[in-house]
Write a protein that binds this ligand. Sequence first.
Ligand code: ZN
Length: 176
Amino acid sequence: MTPMSAMSPRSPRGDDEWIRRALGLARGAAAAGEVPVGAILVFEGRVLGTGSNRPIGACDPTAHAEIVAMREAAARVGNYRLTGAELFVTLEPCLMCFGAAIHARLGRVVFGAFDPRVGASDLIRRLEAAPGLLNHRLEISGGALAAECASLLSGFFGERRDTMRIFRNSGTPARL
Ligand code: ZN
């Protein structure tokens, strides 16, 4: 295995390609009856962890795809710090997941669909702008394969009329 320090500083594959792989993980979540969100944690082009959303099956409110991927990665490298790693996720992360990304010292978070209900990228930006609140700065970019990511979510909720009521007001899908 190539030592981490000997590898390039940034994923050689494009963001869209990683998000496409995360979409495959999201489809796995949908097949299990979970809100379809998938995440993949990459360091210098190497996959350290993957996650599918599974709070229902795991009876765990923290089992968002991002957390699942970060836990797997941290266990794999034997360190809760994943300094400089990149997280690719199909839906804009919530505050919990951004918080975990900051604790893990990730370098970058790339997400697909925007989530106007619980997506926290704007909040993180505002916190970063306030002096002394956050001691780690994440690079955040959203909108990679956004249409495909949003379509997977709206298709999932379209099959669940009870939850569709919730999203009618916001006009966009969001993770529950
Ligand atoms: Zn989350």
